[in-house]
Design a protein around this ligand. Sequence first.
Ligand SMILES: C[S@@+](CC[C@H](N)C(=O)[O-])C[C@H]1O[C@@H](n2cnc3c(N)ncnc32)[C@H](O)[C@@H]1O
Length: 280
Amino acid sequence: MRLGSSGFRPRCATVTVSDSFCGPGSKSQVNGPEKRKREREPLRQIFKSGAGGTGRALVHKLYWYADLAKELLLKPRYRPREFWERRHAQGHDFWTVGRRAFDEDGNEAWYDKLSQDLVAEFRADQLDLRRLSVCEIGAGIGYWTRLVRDLGCERYLGIEIAEAAVQWLQPRFPGYDFSVADAAEVPLPGTWDVILMIHVDEHIHGDRFRAALRHIKAAMSPSTRFFTTYRTEATVSGVPYVEYHTREDFAAVFPLSWIKLVPRPNVGDPMLSISAAHAE
Ligand SMILES: C[S@@+](CC[C@H](N)C(=O)[O-])C[C@H]1O[C@@H](n2cnc3c(N)ncnc32)[C@H](O)[C@@H]1O
């Protein structure tokens, strides 16, 4: 698939990091910012890991409160590309993309519930990913990439605003395509059977959110399913990088008849399935 014509930057051209760069005992030469990042890694692990008892959990909470206080008090302006580039450059775990109130184990459990709900919905909707294409917006650290790969998907495109994320993801999923792009600014290339956007809508604000939805709609065929997390009730966020969206916000671009609430047998996060097929 050629992505160049759509304005997406092609994958691989910028990918220089080998799969082993995070691995123990890596022999690759690492200098400069990458070396310093690695040297910080043990400290970061202490802060982030919930394993190892209440001491570590307490340290995690302190780290989280400090982070939250900075956002609430200083209210730094949210510049999406810089914000996510910085986060992904600092590490590739749930502290990067998950709920910071939760430690790594807590996030694992939280993601697991949503993934079970999503798989249940794939089954209920007879979506066999072995023969369907998937485009994911905000692939993050590859949690959902791994899920769709495990479900046998062979054609996947992950779109990420952060180049650092794509550099990390590409070598880990060699058969998949990744592209550095802002989904609010650049149309999606082609059409897709399934479009995933999990825990991303709240980070695309105002007109940019509606532009991203229009790009998604343009990449949908009558049978495409677009899965997205959302907020069940209008909620004001205290932090600059979050703006919650309800079903009505999605209805600014999609007909209400297209929008279906996904059942939550495992009590994962609220999720919508959006498709013209739901209106039939
Ligand atoms: C909260 S994280 C969620 C990542 C992943 N979907 C998950 O559930 O673990 C949001 C992700 O979306 C990416 N992102 C944010 N805004 C974006 C945009 N406008 N276009 C593409 N990716 C974006 C960020 O870099 C980040 O990886």
